[in-house]
Design a protein around this ligand. Sequence first.
Ligand code: 1HE
Length: 267
Amino acid sequence: SQQQPLSSFSNVTVEQDGDGIWVVTLNRPSKRNALDETTIEELIELFSKAPRLGARAIVLTAAGDHFCAGLDLIEHHDKDRSPADFMHVCMRWHEAFNKMEYGGVPIIAALHGAVVGGGLELASAAHIRVADQTAYFALPEGQRGLFTGGGATIRVTDLVGKARMIDMMLTGRVYQGQEAMDVGLVQYLETGSSLDKALELARNSAANLPLSNFAICSAVSHMQNMSALDAAYSEAVIAGVVNTQPAARERLDAFAKKTAARVRPNS
Ligand code: 1HE
């Protein structure tokens, strides 16, 4: 069936170039891009549709001085939600972030300013994180009388390990700069613009065959949820499909004819 186009969003903007590079911008800077229910619904639609609307790589960025302040605390305060209400809120966050992590299209988060609480949960659902010198990371939920509900217990723990995760949650510890790199919160730390670097990485990733990227940006995550035995089986099946794709033939021919680039150390 024909894929429906994107709705017009109020809190998120989407720019697409002719090569399938999408730039998705959280666009509620006056509220530091806090994640309200509307934004989460927009992210669900966007990341559900993007793989079938031709996105080859997506850069996730944000307007204003901060990437994202996490859960919209004012909305949460005003709605005075019940446990069931908030459970359903969290289920929608999981829907959005799972669409990102398992959707098969590379997502590169370009980070600056506060990347805190649910903002860090959002960033951790991307496949690559790039920080600039202003970016800082924390989980202030404990201090606010809250708990993470958007997947941090899984994804941030995967990035930094259990001991650092519990320390961040208990003490509100802030990571930034080289330390954020060293603990694994980000993969790139830029002296210049994180957006420029994320765009470069997106273009590089988009030069891979889409089926390879689909496997990279879904299979690794799925395999983490499996036993080693099932993961090895799945890897064999996926490699069977990906590594025999007709589109790979030309790249293999180039290697055989010695015209393909060789892997060399960084200069
Ligand atoms: C907000 C939010 C928000 C700002 N919800 N409205 N997250 C936090 O605990 C982070 C809370 N926010 C902050 O610590 C700071 O706002 C920032 C470091 C992000 C930015 O500081 P600053 O000085 O630039 O801005 P500000 O003056 O604090 O806020 C500017 C406006 O943004 C103000 O609104 P205004 O209408 O009074 O102008 C703030 O109310 C608004 N704002 N952050 C709503 N978070 C699924 S569970 C997830 C659990 C969590 O994510 S807990 C949240 C953790």
